[in-house]
Design a protein around this ligand. Structure first.
Ligand code: KG4
Ligand code: ZN
Length: 334
């Protein structure tokens, strides 16, 4: 079965073509992304109205690019998987309406996919994993621990009470005047910094050891930058100290959950999973208990349509399809 995946939930428009014969197994033939970082950079964050307006311009070219690089035509496609939430509603609608148009025009079945389900199943694009597995999804929009029990069965163990970890990276980078998106910039600066130079708080959520909270840390950095002490601290040291605090707050609940479940594998996914120090720290902490960490390659960690295609394909393989009345939902629960 040839599946076309379409993703436009935030600021990236993406299209992918996969070939699949059974649930959770796929060969990626094309994985194209139209990135909007240059458009949002002057504002230091995603401007929803600009994101959706640009999706209107790029969605068709990115789908055509994916089909061309997979050496496919629309007539070869057996099913379409499209993100229908959660995300920015204007952005979601562009991909969804476009996918409905293709489905209607070419008579191809369509399924709507939850964006988080895409992140959770992304490691299957490159690895053979047995379910259940524990997954930490950590991106600009989400920070949560899930157990992937089966296709379509996901149990949330904990989540952030305020900002997502990627959001904290981006906001702190903005406060430090480093540019956008901030995660990768902080990651690079931190390599040359002293992680113990600045003492920053590590928040824990009372009575909920598997939940996360990052807003206090962001405020602590904001206050520090406004104080007289700031002048004596290099950006490298502040980046390294901040990053280490975020990582401590991500690693602790994840290891707690892995011990509770006795999970032999921990999946690390979402844009922040690209962070080199997070990968290293989580892998070390897991290895100390005899567990392994699996993280998708960078292109499958950040928002992409291959993960949406694999997440939609198990339903398409069963012969399921959603009606054309399918709607976008900004807060779609998993
Ligand atoms: O998954 P993603 O592409 O989009 C969302 O679904 O949010 O994640 C983007 C987020 C941004 O907040 C970005 O700053 C962060 O991932 N990010 C990183 C790194 N690369 C991207 N954060 C920390 N270290 C990185 N190397
Ligand atoms: Zn995402």
């Amino acid at each position: 079965m040839v599946v076309l995946g379409i993703e436009s939930s935030c600021d990236d428009a993406a299209a992918a073509v996969i070939i699949t014969q059974r649930a959770g197994h796929a060969i990626v033939r094309a994985n194209a992304v139209a990135n909007q970082d240059d458009i949002h950079r002057p504002y230091g964050g995603v401007v929803p109205e600009l994101a959706s307006r640009n999706h209107v311009l790029t969605i068709d070219p990115v789908v055509q690019r994916a089909l061309a690089s997979a050496l496919c035509e629309l007539g070869d496609v057996d099913g379409i998987a499209v993100t229908r939430g959660p995300g920015l509603v204007g952005s979601l609608l562009v991909g969804l309406m476009y996918a409905k148009g293709l489905s209607q025009m070419a008579g191809i079945p369509l399924v709507g996919v939850n964006h988080l389900e895409g992140h959770l199943l992304a490691p299957l694009l490159e690895n053979k994993l047995t379910m259940p597995y524990l997954a930490l999804v950590v991106s600009g929009g989400h920070t949560a621990l899930f157990v992937v029990e089966d296709f379509g069965r996901y149990r949330r163990l904990g989540a952030t009470r305020d900002d997502a970890a990627g959001e904290a990276f981006d906001k702190v980078a903005k406060l430090m005047g480093l540019g956008y998106p901030g995660g990768r910039i902080i990651d690079e600066l931190a390599r040359r910094g002293n992680r113990k130079r600045v003492r920053l708080p590590r928040a824990r959520v009372k009575g909920a050891p598997l939940d996360f909270s990052f807003s206090g840390l962001k405020t602590a950095v904001a206050l520090l930058l406004r104080s007289e002490a700031a002048a004596a601290i290099s950006s490298e040291d502040l980046a390294a100290s901040f990053q280490e605090a975020v990582i401590d707050m991500l690693v602790r609940p994840t290891i707690t959950a892995a011990r509770e479940l006795n999970a032999d594998t921990i999946v690390l996914t979402g844009g922040v999973a690209a962070n080199s120090r997070l990968r290293e720290r989580l892998a070390d902490a897991a290895a100390a208990d005899g567990r392994q960490v699996i993280a998708p390659s960078f292109n499958y960690c950040t928002d992409n349509a291959a993960m949406i295609a694999i997440a939609g394909s198990y339903r398409l393989l069963r012969g399921e399809a959603d009606p054309l009345s399918l709607d976008a939902e900004a807060n779609l629960p998993l």
